[in-house]
Design a protein around this ligand. Structure first.
Ligand code: COA
Length: 241
């Protein structure tokens, strides 16, 4: 187990567990969390022992209540902010991970909380989960890919409504919109995520990686290009057998 200050990273039986761990601040995403998440994601990416990863939030109330408002707009200057982002592109790193990532969501899932969830492949939510993107109401826009990832998952019209109006949605609506794969009672959240991770973990990791790559990269291609990608990945997989 690696204990950072605001993230707990554990590895058990081939599954990585990443826990956002600032329950007293509803796991708000601060600079410390950004730096620790960057380290954890790098470790996950390079670790052949990790076959699937579960992301969750510590405490009863939230997966993550968004960016830390006490650090709001405190970057020294736009130049420095851009430099840091370039050096530590957490979101680029997140999306480059080829292993299956599962988000186990509960309570408040706001701002960067939704964006972390959207970097995952499969999202499970407990019945009490509430989702929202408050950024535009705060005079900013999402900075962790939300304007791009949300419409790709739930479509332009609903993403625009949620982003532009700031309206929060319940787990039930999130399921209807296909933002989450499944809604489960709170006590079943982690067990459900673990069942899924264990199932995937039992498969050939190269096949899992290729399937994820075909889905994620294919979404940004034409059908023709996507079919070529699928054929190429299939051939590679066949060649290593
Ligand atoms: N940044 C920093 N601290 C936060 C936070 C955030 N985004 N969200 C919650 N907290 C802190 C609160 O300041 C409070 O700290 P305190 O106990 O030291 O006063 C603690 O977490 C608990 O939050 P509280 O507001 O008391 O809980 P609540 O159940 O009454 O309300 C929310 C929950 C999520 C509705 C409310 O905390 C909220 O609106 N948070 C901000 C959400 C937001 O705008 N995020 C930014 C997105 S860009």
């Amino acid at each position: 187990m690696s204990n950072f200050e605001v993230i707990v990273y554990e590895k058990r039986n081939g599954i990585g567990y990443v826990t956002l761990n600032r329950p007293e601040a509803l796991n708000a995403y601060n600079l410390q969390m950004r730096d620790e998440l960057y380290q954890v994601l790098g470790a996950i990416k390079d670790d052949p022992e990790v076959k699937a990863v579960i992301f969750r939030g510590a405490g009863e109330k939230a997966f993550c209540a968004g960016a830390d408002l006490s650090e709001f707009l405190t970057a020294p200057s736009p130049v420095v902010a851009r430099q840091v982002r370039w050096e530590r592109d957490v979101w680029g790193l997140f999306l480059s991970i080829t292993k299956p990532l599962i988000a186990a969501l509960h309570g408040y899932v706001l701002g960067s909380g939704i964006e972390i969830a959207l970097c995952c492949d499969i999202r499970l939510a407990s019945e009490d989960t509430q989702f929202g993107l408050p950024e535009v109401g705060l005079g900013i826009i999402p900075a962790a890919g939300g304007t791009q990832t949300l419409p790709r998952v739930i479509g332009r019209a609903k993403a625009s409504e949620i982003l532009l109006s700031g309206r929060w949605i319940t787990a039930k609506e999130a399921h209807r919109l296909k933002l989450v794969n499944r809604v489960v009672p709170r006590p079943d959240l982690l067990p459900a995520a673990e069942r899924l991770a264990n199932k995937i973990k039992g498969y050939n990791p190269t096949a899992v990686t290729c399937a994820k790559q075909a889905i994620t990269e294919g979404l940004d291609l034409s059908l023709e290009q996507g079919l070529e990608l699928e054929a190429r990945l299939g051939e590679c997989l066949f060649a290593v057998k």
